[in-house]
Ligand binder design. Structure first.
Ligand SMILES: C[S@@+](CC[C@H](N)C(=O)[O-])C[C@H]1O[C@@H](n2cnc3c(N)ncnc32)[C@H](O)[C@@H]1O
Length: 238
């Protein structure tokens, strides 16, 4: 790894993102297919939740009392839909900012008639901070977050001290945060940041891939080529 992980300018944890001038994403235009646009227009009024500055009543939102899992950065939503379909007893709140991805997940929700999945298209840090009450989430998923490979961009990485403090507040005691990455430098960074947080590691270092995270086609091909994937599963102390 040629990048220098720990410099004074780029410490491993504790970056200040509270100013919100530094975000973990850059809004890209991206191609939107007609089908994605159609499903977005049709589904978002039904299953989209607009950003608001007050906490949501999640049981009222989903119309039932069931465990709630929040995912940050669902991309095109394939894994998200697959997990929600496999666990109808759990409610999923999926967050991303990328419009074609929102359209793609809307399409999957419509096709598979998933009733346990809602979408928020907004900065997940603001959603977590403002819309999620403390002690409410049974789990959180952060799968393959943007690795921000250049040292000068490390400050954009989602997994860092302040974010993890916020996560710990929102989980119910015993609930988990599951992160996965295919970028070794980010895996090391995550392990260091998570180990320094109040959350507790469920494994000795990296965790075996939990059964709830399906193996993607892309990941399978990468594994065949000898590329690594690292899972990290930490829990809030009960
Ligand atoms: C590299 S993609 C991974 C997508 C997906 N999880 C996967 O495994 O294919 C990261 C996603 O996170 C989203 N993202 C990054 N920071 C975010 C934030 N603060 N709020 C919402 N979405 C964010 C990006 O828009 C992008 O779609």
């Amino acid at each position: 790894m040629s990048e220098n992980l720990h410099t004074e300018e780029n410490p491993p944890t504790g970056h200040r993102f509270s100013s919100r001038s530094i975000r973990s994403f850059v809004l890209r235009q991206g191609h939107m297919s007609n089908a994605q646009q159609r499903h977005l227009d049709e589904m978002m009024p039904k299953i989209g939740i607009p950003y608001q500055s007050a906490a949501l009543d999640l049981n009222a939102t989903f119309g039932r009392n069931a465990p709630k899992i929040l995912e940050i950065g669902f991309g095109m939503g394939e894994t998200t839909a697959q997990i929600a379909a496999a666990h109808p007893e759990i409610d999923y709140l999926a967050i991303d900012v990328h419009t074609p991805g929102v359209g793609a997940l809307c399409k999957l929700i419509a096709e598979q008639q998933l009733s346990n999945l809602r979408i928020i298209q907004h900065d997940a840090i603001e959603v977590l901070r403002d819309m999620i009450a403390d002690d409410t989430l049974a789990g959180m998923h952060v799968f393959f977050p943007d690795p921000w490979r250049k040292v000068r961009h490390y400050k954009r990485r989602l997994i860092q001290a302040e974010f993890l403090a916020l996560v710990a507040q929102k989980l119910v005691p015993g609930a988990y945060l599951h992160c996965a990455t295919d970028w070794e430098n980010y895996a090391e960074w995550m392990l260091e940041a998570l180990s320094a947080s109040v959350l507790e590691n469920t494994a000795d270092g990296y965790a075996p891939r939990p059964a709830h995270r399906p193996l993607t086609k892309f990941e399978n091909r990468g594994l065949g080529l000898g590329h690594g994937v690292w899972d990290l599963v930490f829990t809030r102390k009960s």
